[in-house]
Write a protein that binds this ligand. Structure first.
Ligand code: ZN
Length: 122
């Protein structure tokens, strides 16, 4: 379960930025090439976050696509799956680019002094 390892790295960053504050939400962008499952990643996050500033924080996972370049037909496409063949011509002479990032996009901290922006439901 490689999600655990990924979450450990993330929470290390979160912990450093939290500086003692309580974390209520974490937004993470992860490349499709990591092939993580939302559910598995969420579980791993909950396990690793236990006992840290981010315990119980909401995880918002955004998967960024892999770019698939086909040398056969020249087609460039984005995919959320790690493809082994070109979606255009079916050839396997392809090159995958990107989709291997793991970025901590934002952290939501518990508001100590809420700025009274109560929005109506809906
Ligand atoms: Zn192709």
């Amino acid at each position: 379960m490689h999600e655990i390892g990924l979450c450990e790295g993330l929470l290390d960053l979160v912990g450093r930025q939290a500086e003692g504050r309580r974390v209520t939400g974490v937004k993470v962008r992860i490349g499709a090439r990591h092939a993580v499952l939302d559910e598995a990643f969420g579980q791993a996050f909950a396990i690793v976050a236990g006992g840290t500033a981010a315990e119980g924080a909401r995880l918002d996972l955004v998967v960024s696509p892999v770019t698939v370049l086909c040398r056969g037909c020249g087609r460039v496409s984005d995919s959320h799956d790690v493809l082994s063949e070109c979606p255009g011509c079916g050839g396997d002479d392809i090159e995958l680019r990107g989709g291997d990032e793991l970025v901590l996009e934002s952290i939501t901290f518990e508001e100590e002094s809420p700025c009274a922006s109560a929005s109506p439901a809906g």
